[in-house]
Design a protein around this ligand. Structure first.
Ligand SMILES: Cc1ncc(COP(=O)(O)O)c(C=O)c1O
Length: 398
């Protein structure tokens, strides 16, 4: 008799046959006594708890019937999303918005409507692995385009699209994080943005613009989003309340052409999204409160970013280099020649601090061992200092 494990294994669909560990540990896993700079968690001291409590009480007092029953997500939240997009210069309309359980859900649904196994999806290298994993699961063939200090290398993208077209191949979409990129922190320049939008229209390939961090700018002037530059409807703009309010609320959204929204609705099996949570978020955000909250976040994250950058300069070898981000949650450090991120991570953990090795941000596992991602979002300035000093001391072990 074969074992239960063997018999169960044979039942799993091919896309989940090989177990890939989850990005986050299972709930309830003991927290290790390490100072972690690994993940882009929000800073808990910034959660507007009193205002969220008041908003929740108001929803329960005045909208209990609609918010606690099976019901549609709140159209008032969609109107707020549309208003923010319009303020950014996007010709947004409510019928073109779908709210989901975090932008992560939207990123999982997009390949469901576009990708058949073997279809091509273009991504940046490095990229947000949460998205990449979802695309891989759909059976997509991923083609990576490098990111440099000006964002995705759009010249290389143009070459790739030309070569593919010459073979009669059209990618299903291009995934990019143009502003305060995860993990590198860089922002795509305006000329590249224009070129990317032009390429999308020329080759008929949608661009998924994941602008999770766009509002968290603490230096320099805002650039137009790809969606704002897009004249022909090729940009699928994905956004989230996770970075500007609270990730635990699980509210994200997508703005795209109606053909795309209709297909997303077909695969979003539960139909609606959080009647209660969408009302809560909308009440919190009303009357300019979201924008005031974002202004506070910007100031706070600017200080922590500067603290981290100064600590890196003090504690890391001079050959460790980074591009100072103008916003977002991360600093991406290129390690000195010959230093392995994975080895440094091991040495740092032994001393009490951790970060994300660059290898976690590439599809090809052998890449990225010369870089590390440091999140300044979660820990306090004091803990950031401490962690960077620990990691700095771990260089000596290598
Ligand atoms: C670039 C990017 N997109 C999307 C997400 C997912 O956000 P959400 O909480 O909305 O699922 C993250 C979270 O880290 C991210 O960094």
């Amino acid at each position: 008799m074969t074992s239960t494990t063997d018999r169960l294994e044979a039942l799993f669909a091919s896309r989940v046959r090989d177990v890939v560990p989850p990005l986050f540990g299972a709930a309830g896993e003991p927290v290790r006594p390490l100072i972690s700079l690994s993940y882009g968690l929000a800073d808990p001291i910034l959660f507007p708890r009193a205002e969220l409590m008041a908003a929740a009480a108001e929803v329960l007092a005045y909208e209990a019937a609609e918010s606690l029953n099976y019901a549609m997500s709140y159209p008032g939240l969609t109107d707020q999303i549309v208003a923010r997009l319009q303020a950014e210069g996007v010709a947004a309309q409510p019928e073109h918005v779908l709210v989901g359980y975090g932008s992560g859900q939207i990123l999982a649904l997009l390949p469901e409507i576009f990708v058949e196994p073997g279809d091509i999806v273009i991504i940046e290298a490095p990229s947000f692995l949460g998205a990449v994993r979802r695309f891989v699961q759909s059976g997509a063939r991923l083609i990576s385009i490098p990111v440099d200090e000006e964002g995705m290398n759009v010249e290389m993208l143009a070459d790739t699209l030309r070569d593919l077209a010459a073979n009669g191949q059209r990618p299903k979409f291009i995934y990019t994080i143009p502003t305060f990129h995860n993990p590198t922190g860089v922002t795509m320049t305006l000329p590249r943005r224009r070129q990317l939008v032009d390429l999308a229209a020329e080759y008929g390939v949608p661009v998924v613009e994941d602008d999770a961090y766009i509002d968290l700018r603490f230096a320099g002037e805002p650039l137009p989003s790809l969606a704002a530059l897009d004249q022909d409807g090729w940009v699928i703009r994905v956004g989230t309340y996770s970075k500007i309010l609270a990730p635990g609320l699980r509210i994200g959204w997508v703005h795209a052409r109606r053909e795309i929204i209709d297909r997303l609705l077909m695969v979003k099996a539960e139909g609606t999204t959080g009647p209660f949570i969408t009302r809560l978020v909308a009440r919190f955000c009303a009357d300019g409160r979201l924008e005031r909250h974002i202004a506070t976040l910007r100031q706070h994250y600017a200080v922590k970013c500067a603290t981290m950058a100064a600590a890196i300069r003090r504690h890391f070898p001079a050959e460790a280099s980074f591009v100072m981000p103008a916003g977002g949650f991360f600093i991406w450090v290129q390690l000195p020649k010959g230093v392995s991120a994975r080895a440094l991570l091991e040495a740092s953990r032994a001393r009490g601090a951790e970060f994300l090795a660059g290898t976690a941000c590439f599809v090809e596992r052998e890449r990225g061992d010369n870089a590390m991602r440091l999140a300044f979002s979660f820990q306090s300035s004091e803990r950031i200092e401490e962690a960077i000093a620990i990691i700095g001391s771990a260089f000596a072990d290598l």
